[in-house]
Design a protein around this ligand. Structure first.
Ligand code: ATP
Length: 253
């Protein structure tokens, strides 16, 4: 079966500065794949390269088997890619409702758009409660939810999210990543870039660890959560604690 997204031996960077080295990864349809890694590892660069915002120096990117390596961003969006950046790119002086309405551009006519926005409210009830509030006055978590709601309305096949938990309090991070899970339930596959490794691995199906522009480790998210090396570097525990957690996990399964 072919993957929704397949990246092979990707190289990319900024002018003569090379950042991504020989990146190969896949996103299967209906799954959440996370890329975790420290500051400066190249996570945002990876999403920008996949969205066609950077020239790639080598390798290939395919979406459902069709080679899009040289396609421009507009074309990639047309083919079903969506990107929510760290900035979330909302219209701060416009209401929640109007921000959503703009996201429903794929549907023609007022009735069609209203129907789509209604679907977003069903999926994210908090947005309905806030629909007349301007986006600039929302809390960080609500802003992120609005960004996800708007991305949902564009109906991408693959949604790429750059650090949705950035700047959010721990409880709000959990809420936000549960929302990402709801998008998957709606048939949207997700490539999730996160520094918050634990929260990301909890919601994801599969994970990659990116270090210094290269993939250093990959596996099912549940395996990475109990991997001692991942725990020591990214989950805030010692290798001994991680081994103990892995043993308990195995004993319970
Ligand atoms: N416009 C740019 N020009 C030159 N170098 C850049 C540019 N943007 C990023 N870099 C460099 O590329 C490397 C990877 O940066 P990137 O933002 O992709 O990392 P990241 O993993 O997303 O980090 P963070 O988690 O801090 O956002 C860093 O060394 C960064 O300094």
């Amino acid at each position: 079966m072919r993957s929704l997204l397949e990246v092979n031996n990707l190289e990319a960077g900024y002018g003569r500065v090379s950042v991504l080295k020989d990146i190969s990864l896949k996103v299967e349809a209906g799954t959440i794949v996370t890329v975790i890694g420290p500051n400066g590892a190249g996570k945002t660069t990876l999403l920008n390269a996949l969205a066609g915002l950077l020239d790639v120096g080598g390798g290939t990117v395919s979406l459902e088997g069709s080679d899009i390596t040289r396609h421009d961003t507009e074309d990639r969006i047309y083919q079903g890619m969506g990107l929510v950046t760290e900035q979330r790119n909302l219209f701060s002086t416009m209401t929640v409702q109007d921000n959503l309405w703009l996201g429903a551009f794929s549907r023609r006519g007022r009735a069609g758009r209203d129907e789509l926005v209604e679907e977003a409210y069903r999926l994210f009830p908090r947005l309905r409660e806030r629909k007349l509030q301007t986006a600039g006055t929302l809390s960080g978590g609500e802003r992120q939810m609005l960004a996800l709601g708007r991305a949902f309305l564009a109906r991408p096949r693959l949604l790429m999210l750059d650090e949705p938990s950035l700047g959010l309090a721990p409880l709000v991070v959990r809420d936000t990543l549960e929302t990402v899970g709801r998008l998957r339930d709606q048939g949207i596959s997700v490539l999730l870039v996160e520094q918050n490794a634990r929260a990301a691995l909890k919601v994801a199906d599969y994970g990659y660890v990116l270090e210094n522009g290269a993939i250093s480790l990959q596996g099912p998210a549940s395996d990475l959560l109990t991997n001692p090396a991942v725990a020591a570097s990214y989950l805030g525990g010692s290798q001994d604690e991680a081994r103990a957690a892995a043993t308990t996990e195995q004993a319970c399964s």
